[in-house]
Design a protein around this ligand. Structure first.
Ligand code: 5RP
Length: 246
């Protein structure tokens, strides 16, 4: 009932993000430790071998860049294309409280309608605008709206009183890692999230921007799948980064 999703979709609005400049190089060593890969069709086509059988969560929203209003997203990839690409779920962002809130929420509702025809699960990514507080009240609002509109699971951020966000959301929540922080802090955040009811993580930068990404994803797995404490997971990270199998 838990998952470690590897988020490598950042280029869709950030371009060649640090340490994801060459997606194939970043993704390849992490694949064996990811329960799914979250990416765009461009990166799937060019940077993941066709014989990889790790489930794909296909990002199907975008159309804007870091240089413009982020919430002005639309649907970039059809459900039929997601089926052709053998995706196991589709993901799109919603921007609650932002300028294009309605456009993104109606986009979610419409994607859910179309995805239902193929029993394709939909992940709503509760994207937070620069000026919005990442607190339980706001994130709880985003997650609940996503679930009400039919999302099968929701991606959010960890926050104080995260339990309240979970309680108010009738579908599973996975957390994003956010900007790169120290490895121990990222493991601690993941631990608190799953202990407070998250179904796992959909993490990117805190894995592949680490100097030891394979050790880090293994440590995150220990937290998510084995309930390792932050200290246990950090010890595992340290021993793996020195090349020792723990
Ligand atoms: C952007 C996304 C990213 O996948 C998300 O932010 C997860 O990555 P990170 O752990 O680096 O925050 O969906 O909208």
């Amino acid at each position: 009932g838990r998952t470690v999703m590897l988020a490598v979709d950042h280029g869709y609005f950030l371009g060649p993000t640090t340490k994801l400049e060459s997606p194939r190089k970043t993704i390849a060593p992490l694949i064996p430790n990811a329960d799914s890969l979250m990416l765009t069709r461009g990166v799937l086509r060019t940077s993941v071998d066709a014989n990889v059988d790790t489930p794909i969560v296909l990002r199907i929203s975008g159309g804007t860049s870091i240089l413009k209003e982020l919430s002005n997203e639309g649907i970039t990839t059809s459900i039929e294309e997601a089926v052709r690409l053998n995706a196991c779920a589709v993901a799109l962002s919603i921007f609650v409280g932002a300028e294009y809130e309605k456009q993104t929420l109606m986009g979610l509702a419409s994607v859910v309608d179309r995805a239902q025809e193929y029993s394709m699960p939909v992940l709503a990514v509760t994207a937070v605008g620069k000026e919005m507080a990442r607190d339980a009240r706001y994130l709880g609002l985003c997650c609940r709206i996503a679930a009400e509109l039919g999302a099968n699971f929701v991606k959010s951020y960890y926050c104080e009183d995260f339990k309240k966000v979970v309680e108010g959301c009738p579908v599973p929540i996975v957390i994003a890692g956010g900007k790169k922080i120290e490895e121990f802090e990222a493991l601690d955040m993941s631990y608190k999230a799953v202990q407070e009811g998250a179904a796992g993580v959909d993490m990117g930068r805190n894995i592949w921007q680490s100097d030891h990404p394979v050790a880090m994803i293994k440590a995150v797995r220990a937290v998510v799948h084995k309930n390792a404490t932050p200290k246990e997971a950090f010890d595992l990270f340290n021993s793996l980064k020195q090349g020792k199998e723990a």
